[in-house]
Design a protein around this ligand. Sequence first.
Ligand SMILES: Cc1cc2nc3c(=O)[nH]c(=O)nc-3n(C[C@H](O)[C@H](O)[C@H](O)COP(=O)(O)OP(=O)(O)OC[C@H]3O[C@@H](n4cnc5c(N)ncnc54)[C@H](O)[C@@H]3O)c2cc1C
Ligand SMILES: NC(=O)C1=CN([C@@H]2O[C@H](COP(=O)(O)OP(=O)(O)OC[C@H]3O[C@@H](n4cnc5c(N)ncnc54)[C@H](OP(=O)(O)O)[C@@H]3O)[C@@H](O)[C@H]2O)C=CC1
Ligand SMILES: CC(C)=CCC[C@@H](C)[C@H]1CC[C@@]2(C)C3=C(CC[C@]12C)[C@@]1(C)CC[C@H](O)C(C)(C)[C@@H]1CC3
Length: 504
Amino acid sequence: MPSFDWKAVQKHILIHYRWVFVVLFLLPLSALYDIYFYVRSWLIFRVNSAPRQHGRRLQHVQRQVKAWHDSGQQQHMCTARPGWQTISFRQAKYKQIYTNISINMIDILELDTQKQTVWCEPLVTMGQLTATLVELGWTVPVVPEMDDLTIGGLVMGSGIETSSHKAGLFQHSCVSFELVLADGSAVTCSETENAELFYSVPWSYGTLGFLTAVEIKIVPAKRFVRLEYRPCNSPAQLLQEFSDATKREDGNQFVEAICFTRETAVVMVGNMVDSAEPGKVNCIGRWHMPWFFKHVESFLSSGTAVEYLPIRDYYHRHTRSIFWEIQDIIPFGNNVVFRWLLGWLVPPKVSLLKLTQSQAIKELYENNHFIQDMLVPLDRLGPALDCFHQEVQIYPIWLCPFLLPSRPGMLQSVGDEDRFYVDIGTYGVPHVADFKPVETTRRVEKFVRENNGFQMLYADSYLTREEFRQMFDHKLYDKLRQQLPETTKAFPEVYDKVNRNARI
Ligand SMILES: Cc1cc2nc3c(=O)[nH]c(=O)nc-3n(C[C@H](O)[C@H](O)[C@H](O)COP(=O)(O)OP(=O)(O)OC[C@H]3O[C@@H](n4cnc5c(N)ncnc54)[C@H](O)[C@@H]3O)c2cc1C
Ligand SMILES: NC(=O)C1=CN([C@@H]2O[C@H](COP(=O)(O)OP(=O)(O)OC[C@H]3O[C@@H](n4cnc5c(N)ncnc54)[C@H](OP(=O)(O)O)[C@@H]3O)[C@@H](O)[C@H]2O)C=CC1
Ligand SMILES: CC(C)=CCC[C@@H](C)[C@H]1CC[C@@]2(C)C3=C(CC[C@]12C)[C@@]1(C)CC[C@H](O)C(C)(C)[C@@H]1CC3
């Protein structure tokens, strides 16, 4: 009598019925978490209490750094933010070894409509920021679409959105940073004050100091985004349509594309407007509405169309379906019955999904999943899509153009001039026969490196230290790490925090 393989059964259930746990537990828990922090942020911003607390919180960070100093600087330092809360694929192994510095700074400090800037603490999330600003008729130039992305992570890492072809990456909308350095001193930096530090903070991943406040430009927000959907039925048509839309001087505030196969795609071009044509408003963010990418796919058959999306619905259009990752977590999540019954609970929080991920799921994503955002020069988009098709054949693919201004720092554009790049986002199950995570990712990383591109570092990076230094310009960064007091003792290099071996 063959023995019953309980492990195999357990693994099958954990993988194929993850949705049971997600729907019954994670969805309600995610909703409660969001309600609490929405109410809290709303109240604290209204009673204007956060600014008074900021000074106290800043001193708390400085005291912790000085305590590290006095304790003999045994280990490097990192933030105490739990790894499961971060919008990155893995958790940071180093957080278990390094001295954790608590930076519980989660409030919007001040909105200055004269100067047209907003002061935020690093744990302010994009959902919190847009909920606060849009109601007051303002927004920030680049709004990375996932609610739970934090200002600290978007500055110290990177942030991109469909307005980036005009406004650059998230870092390019920042006016100044307040940091606590390795010696416990608090400094501010901007283009006119400590400029070299200002240009080195983005992509430094907390290895030059702790971010305690960020001043970000604000721009007027209008009620709707007029969105035009342009279906493409060949790679050549996609390249032409996408490139023209990106390079157009006037208008085209928002540009993105979703490729559904190697031949078919939909280019979307948007502009903020104050009023909508009757009957064309699509509140796609409503709890019972279809997943945005599925709605976009429908235009492949119905043809070019125009809709008006309320601006917050537009900003967070990919949030409810976590781009298209939710289809591997709740396969029937776009079913109309599920949407009307439980759509108001979606999406499960990425942080809670990470916190409760079983070993079986972890191995499944390790061996049968590919999640990368590669940033390549716009004129290399064609060969890049060929490379992704050959290596992973994952669809949909998200295309988001951005302007990389020629400035000092980790990201150096080709020829030291402002250049258009494009983020190629691939998230899903590879459909090639011989997918091998490490070898495949390294071949894609090689293509990106050879085409003067960059890898977004929330994902698995298999680059060697040398390859990493080829991809990211470390000249100014190395100079500052030598210049700023105690920095090489206090913090590792970026590579030591983002390479695959630094994460579990
Ligand atoms: C509904 C409500 C209203 C309040 N109103 C006021 C007020 O008007 N004035 C006032 O001075 N105090 C107010 N408080 C108290 C204030 O929130 C806390 O005293 C202060 O923020 C200290 O926070 P904490 O250290 O207790 O951690 P909390 O702020 O309670 O947060 C706990 C942890 O959750 C995480 N976290 C919290 N918020 C977020 C977020 N938005 N994004 C990501 N992670 C997050 C952080 O890692 C943090 O360490 C209010 C509290 C609540 C619950
Ligand atoms: N549209 C977009 O642009 C999207 C971007 N992303 C990715 O998500 C990331 C943001 O995720 P999020 O969870 O917010 O960020 P994380 O908490 O993952 O932080 C990213 C890095 O920034 C460091 N960091 C964060 N806050 C501070 C601070 N106050 N002081 C010093 N260092 C800090 C962290 O250091 P430590 O490890 O010490 O905590 C970590 O190394 C982005 O970098 C981006 O790569 C994901 C989805 C969409
Ligand atoms: C620049 C842009 C637009 C990046 C988008 C990146 C997202 C698609 C990524 C960021 C974090 C991310 C890797 C994540 C996951 C999916 C894709 C995400 C959301 C999930 C939820 C997939 C399921 C996994 O079991 C697990 C929970 C670990 C991760 C968590 C992080």
